[in-house]
Design a protein around this ligand. Structure first.
Ligand code: MN
Length: 299
């Protein structure tokens, strides 16, 4: 099943080019802060699935291209992210690397992105108006956690997975002159975590260990790899994070990016396409107001 959130925080089941409105089967679905209804739905999926299926049968579809997609989980408790993590990507980072050279992805562990940086296809990516800093795309498979999970081994870790989505880990790069703000800040500007276009459930997707992961800018392919190239694979990522803290239903793990990261500028169109998940198209625009913090500017 493919689950989307759209328009005024409606919940839909996506089939082909259509979406079936099942909001009536999702308690609390609204934009009222905090919009955590998807966490509750995912955590109660054993009971909720039958209600969703019944609601889908009782409604008529609308065209997917007639709705505005939000992130399929607008407010996860956590967004975990693996740095780099594809075999070819670490080498290309060179002088711009955000971690000391020579460290493996496993040694680096993971970092957090703010949930408030999540956005959907309908809004796209907003770069700080007038900034001369470099902003990069990172094409990543997102794992959506399905149950409360703590201290699992890699052998049982996949039982924690609810589904998958596409995630662009938008990043303000450090500067060659040595300016290197905290990573959490550089990766948590508002709209810097596009998620979507929907969640495909684990039972529908099947084995995620060899999925094509591609990202295009204005139609040009910039990143092209498969999840078979992950250094720390999905079971180990889940085991690793769960050794540090409890994973909750709806939590997101961004699994890292392959080679080919590069800059995006206002006016670009980014498309992330992951095999058996889907494709999310994102317009790159500027925030309506210039940032007040001058330290964001390149010298
Ligand atoms: Mn990343």
């Amino acid at each position: 099943m493919k689950l989307a959130v759209y328009d005024d925080y409606r919940v839909g089941v996506v089939e082909g080019d259509s979406v079936y409105d099942v909001t009536s089967a999702v308690p609390g679905a609204s934009g009222a802060w905090p919009p955590v209804f998807m966490n509750a739905l995912i955590g109660d999926w054993a009971n909720a699935q039958a209600r969703i299926v019944a609601a889908r049968k009782a409604t008529v579809p609308v065209a997917l291209n007639a709705v505005s997609l939000l992130a399929p989980n607008p407010c996860p408790v956590h967004v975990f992210a693996a740095p780099a993590n594809y075999r070819k990507h670490i080498a290309e980072m060179g002088a711009l690397t955000v971690t000391p050279k020579g460290k493996t992805a496993r040694e680096q562990g993971f970092f957090l992105k703010a949930s408030a940086s999540i956005t959907g296809a309908g809004r796209g990516i907003e770069l700080p108006k007038g900034s001369r800093r470099r902003f990069d795309h990172e094409s990543e498979l997102a794992v959506i956690i399905g149950r409360t999970t703590r201290n699992v081994t890699r052998e049982t870790a996949m039982q924690a997975v609810f589904g998958y989505s596409c995630l662009v880990d938008v990043t303000m790069r450090i500067e060659p002159d040595g300016r290197a703000e905290e990573r959490v800040m550089r990766k948590s500007l508002e709209t810097f975590t596009p998620l979507g276009p929907w969640i495909v459930t684990a039972d529908e997707l099947g084995d995620p260990s060899n999925l094509h992961n591609q990202l295009f800018v204005n139609g040009e392919c910039r990143q092209d790899a498969t999840t078979a190239d992950l250094i720390v694979d999905i079971p180990d990522l889940i085991a690793y994070v769960s050794s540090v803290m409890t994973l909750h239903p709806g939590d997101v793990i961004a699994t890292g990016t392959p080679s080919g990261i590069g800059p995006i500028v206002p006016g670009d169109e980014v498309a992330i396409r992951i095999e058996r998940v889907g494709e999310m198209r994102l317009k790159v625009t500027e925030t309506p107001v210039a940032p007040a913090a001058p330290f964001w500017e390149a010298s």
